[in-house]
Design a protein around this ligand. Structure first.
Ligand code: EPU
Length: 348
């Protein structure tokens, strides 16, 4: 981990905003009040602010786009609203182009910007909600691609060492929906992410819908893949502006090959994907669907009618409503298949 001295940068102390509603800043649309909120627009704000927060010993957390969280009614202590912006094109070699984005940039807008700059490579990750800074934390992935595939390094403030650090891709310890940041909660505040996009572009069409679409019709250009991914996502996943949700609510469970083979004997239709080292990834959406949950409602919380992996807020739900439904699904899947489902969003 490359440590930078805390440069004597212009100290800008962000103003503490009190009792701020976060209802519009979480895609579930849950009612939530932040006791103290700070707009973070520059990394230089972090050393003094975090020193104060850690000295006081108050709870704190970072909120990006709020697309992967379940917020409680009140968030005690400090909530850092990550708004660091900036998109830059850096080193360009025969092999690749390096680009960087501030942690507060909207992920989808960033992907669209890379294509407008004629820098393809991220098109399979179009329309994923949230911010650039949140992307490496859970190693966002979709349609045969993960953010770790072309990530170069991550700049962050290390609260433990009270210093800015740069973590290489290897140091980020990426795995399926996992990273060093996720394994060390409360330690790092991501400020900037750098990507290395290879000059030689290769379309990634392994995801079945993309394979089918491009086998029959148009040429697979980066823009055509971007458009196709946007269309597939819009057809299958609810738009948070219309119906509150946090994308997939459960991770696809990873089981040993022997557990998989036993399950397959009992459930020949089981949907799964090969995984590394003698393991198999099961489609959690299929397991939940088989238990009859698609379109199910429990109070104002529900299971999306087109994709059983997504829980939705039909209006007026709070964190307890969502978690009660999640628990019911976990218990039913456990009873039916003997499989434990792990929640994907952060429960704050
Ligand atoms: N399936 C069902 N019923 C359902 C949902 C799924 O039978 O209600 C079966 C289908 O056979 C389908 C298979 O499960 O072919 C897999 O479903 P899908 O292709 O929709 O992908 P997923 O495994 O449910 C994952 C990611 C998504 C990502 C898609 C596409 C996780 C937890 N989710 O979903 O990510 O967009 O693949 O690559 O890994 C997110 O994380 O928020 C997210 C949306």
């Amino acid at each position: 981990m490359n440590r930078a001295k805390n440069a004597p940068l212009t100290p800008i102390t962000p103003v503490a905003l009190q009792n701020i509603s976060l209802a519009g800043r979480n895609t579930f649309g849950l009612p939530a009040i932040a006791e103290l909120a700070y707009e973070i627009t520059a990394p230089e704000q972090l050393p003094a602010l975090m020193s104060e927060i850690l000295t006081l010993g108050i709870p704190w957390r970072v909120l990006g786009g709020g697309s992967n969280v379940v917020l409680p009614a009140t968030l005690p202590g400090a909530t850092l609203l990550m708004n660091i912006s900036g998109l830059t094109i850096g080193d360009c070699t025969d092999q690749s182009t390096t680009i960087t984005a501030g942690a507060g940039e909207n992920w989808h807008n960033f992907v669209a910007w890379t294509l407008a700059q004629n820098l393809p490579g991220l098109e399979n990750l179009a329309l994923i909600p949230g911010t650039v800074g949140a992307a490496p934390i859970q190693n966002i992935g979709a349609y045969g691609n993960e953010v770790s595939d072309c990530l170069d390094c991550v700049e962050a403030f290390d609260c433990k060492e009270q210093a800015f650090v740069t973590l290489s891709r290897q140091e980020c310890c990426f795995a399926y929906r996992d990273s060093y940041f996720k394994q060390n909660p409360g330690r790092f505040i991501v400020t900037k992410v750098a990507f290395k996009l290879p000059k030689k572009w290769v379309p990634r069409l392994s995801y079945v819908n993309l394979t089918k679409q491009f086998a029959q019709t148009s040429a697979a250009t980066p823009q055509a893949i971007f458009d196709a991914v946007c269309q597939i996502r819009s057809n299958k996943l609810p738009d948070p502006k219309v119906i509150g949700n946090a994308g997939s609510f459960f991770q696809n469970p990873i089981v040993t090959n022997s557990t998989y083979e036993k399950l397959l004997t009992e459930h020949p239709q089981l949907v799964s994907y090969p995984d590394a080292n003698g393991t198999r990834k099961l489609a959690a959406g299929w397991l939940i669907d088989q238990c009859g949950f698609k379109g199910y409602r429990l109070g104002p919380a529900g299971v999306y009618e087109k994709q059983a992996l997504v829980l939705v807020n039909h209006g007026g739900a709070n964190a307890t409503d969502i978690l009660n439904l999640a628990q019911k699904i976990q218990m039913t899947v456990q009873e039916s298949f003997g499989i434990e489902l792990h929640v994907e969003p952060n429960i704050l």
